[in-house]
Design a protein around this ligand. Sequence first.
Ligand code: ADP
Ligand code: MG
Ligand code: MG
Length: 895
Amino acid sequence: PKYVYRFSEGDKDQKDLLGGKGANLAEMTRLGLPVPPGFTITTDACRAYLRDGVVPDELAVQVTTALRQVEEELGRQLGAAEDPLLVSVRSGAKFSMPGMMETVLNIGLNDASVQGLAAASGDERFAWDSYRRLIQMFGKTVLDVDGDHFSDALDAKKAERGVKLDYELDVDALKELVEEYKAIVAAHAGIDFPQDPRAQLDMATEAVFRSWNTERAHIYRRREKIPHDLGTAVNVCTMVFGNMGETSGTGVCFTRDPSTGRSGVYGDYLVNAQGEDVVAGIRNTLSLADLERLDQTSYDELRAAMRRLETHYRDLCDIEFTIERGKLWLLQTRVGKRTAAAAFRVATQLVDEKLITMDEALTRVTGDQLNQLMFPQFGDDSGRDLITRAMPASPGAAVGHIAFDNAEAIARAEAGESVILVRRETNPDDLPGMVAAVGVLTARGGKTSHAAVVARGMGKTCVCGAEALDIDVESRTVRVAGRETPLTSDDVIAIDGATGEVFLGEVAVVDSPVMTYLRRGLDEALDTAGDVDTRELITSVDRIMRRADEVRRLQVRANADTPDDARHAIHRGAQGVGLCRTEHMFLGERKQLVQNLILATDDAAREAALAALLPLQKSDFVQMLQTMDGKPMTVRLIDPPLHEFLPDLTELSVKVAVDRERGTLDPADEDLLNVVRRNHEANPMLGLRGVRLLLTMPGLIELQVRAIAEAAVERLKAGGDPRPEVMIPLIGSVRELQLARERAEAVLAEVSAESGYELNFPIGCMIELPRAAVTAAHIAEEADFFSFGTNDLTQTTWGFSRDDVEASFVGRYIEAGIFGTSPFESIDVDGVGGMVRLGVDGGRSTKPGMKMGVCGEHGGDPDSIAFFHRAGLDYVSCSPYRVPVARLEAGRAAV
Ligand code: ADP
Ligand code: MG
Ligand code: MG
């Protein structure tokens, strides 16, 4: 097989094979942009290596051929003694994994070629500095030597020479350092630093392959749901040098601001610097405007390349570039990561610039991003104690105790505390701490620093480059410029990822502008918006939400049990209630009335208990129907097991025993205990609940249906438009539904006769047992609608008890690859989804146009919504808070 592709051979659609970086390097090469020549070793080669432990046989020859072509093109040879060609060896998987895997620069330098580089560049210092960087990077990433050995030697050398900064070391010092570095390699790796350029190249390639399986790569993939078996490609790219003096430099830029979405370019540039200096945030950077002043020609060329890439990819791109003595080179591009706010704004900007259609704009944003924009923000109160203002790198409002490192962040987060990870700068080793923290604050680095990029990717609040902070991990203190007392782990800070402000102490949080829009509408949100950015964001969200509402087929309803919930849901755009649970209507003070019903031994006692409950239930429904006037409202008759309305068996047993001992036993308690004992179940969730309870407990269906019907009559009398739908839970057999339905219809007929109003509300059932899904064609004969209860359906299809398995083994199952995500979070499309399909097909085979929906947590989950759309459901019902997310995702599913 072909394992090696020259940059001129591939294109951007070959990410599976060439990785994201390789595919985009190829695309830029094809566009005629200035990319240093090179080639990509495919992910196939990586997978073969990981499988066999050795690279495939054919690889060596293919690399030789590709290398020779590069050498011929440039007229230089890898690691030659005279004017050597040097290359970088860069990892690049299908999905970008920032900082996850290693890049080795300056491959090809050795004791001879370093002289050649010095001669060719006319800069001896530069050549030796490049060589010592190679040994350091190669030692660390390829030979697994602890990086501290090198940085200690570097620090010692600087101290010895009485200088502070790396670049103040002179040639002699660097030559000595090279020898010391070689000794470190020999001592700790057990082999000499390889002088053979090709051996360097091959060893680095294998190291990149191996880095696919480092622990932090695993953690990142698990979190981002990237499959573990993709492997990475390796890009071998001619070195260009940003560290050849003041007319050289290296930078990162975005075609639009990835943080706010503001149109206009954005970037960081470092003069006389190489490789990762920008991303690592080690020095503070210049802006693109500064670059324009320094080097107008390169700047203009860069701007032209940015425009070219953006119109070509039709999206925001980020670009890594290097200027070598006034000549611009592009080293990387990709469709850039961005904040949620930027995603919405950029999408509508691109529509206005005629680069994409409104339907494409819908696909450029996600429900998760909308969800992030709904997070609350800091309120406008004046009592805040501002410590400093730094770079707003990833939005949100985070409040928590200071944590200084991974271990502290993880331990305190596990103990239930909110913590903010406070670091000088972050690197890939800090990932677990960033995951555990609610926010990240760094003292160094710009918007393209590691902390900023990773936090944006995780949707975590981040403020970076807070230079006023002096962080000392050893003593666990943060000194703040201009303040006496240092901060410690006991202090609470609040960071604002939208403004970059850092406050000491708790700060109150309020609705975000997008939340205000969702709750109160466009006009009010625009009126209260503070600035142009916010107004543009609200307008973008509004346009995209309107489009989603236009194109979606799925209706969105809410799960709401109270008029308050129902109101919230309507404000967020719900088109009905898909699940109104009635069990809570039997709790609190009413529990006693329900107990009377359960304990009733004769008709009279039962009638009295029912009579007491009826007006209460009815008034609940009147309020709900009033709130939901003109919109469908599915009322689920009582669902939980009987024992939930009774006292706890153990507690009551103890009480009765104690009272008996003391001679104060109330005989009623003794009766109650007998009832509780009789109704005790080992597996209540599989016991007497749902329709089983409704059919065995005399009067219960009649009570509930009468309450609904009388409430509807009251609303009709008041001129309202009540649209209740009666839903029977936990149906397994058509006969159950038939019996329940007969009784419900009888009550409807009675109330109809009493009131003179026609009451033919739909009567349907939940499909939440495999038997119901399998026999859906029969059940449909008695049902006016189906609602898939995917929570119970997941439990019963897998045979899991949700409450038990989530705590015990779901995590381990995810790690073992048995689940991608918990099936309770995102629907298991193959298994539980198959049940849904069976139910849909069965039901519609009996009643073609039958209305079907889904209620349960999955109704608000983006991936699940896409599935429900494909499965042909009519609506999803989710918690009121998730309604906007569901509207957007339903729209995305339809385009
Ligand atoms: P990452 O995936 O972490 O972005 P890269 O492969 O892009 O890693 O490399 C890291 C850094 O090294 C980049 O900032 C890039 O600018 C620099 N670099 C990589 N290859 C070269 C090269 N051929 N010449 C000069 N700099 C390079
Ligand atoms: Mg890069
Ligand atoms: Mg259920």
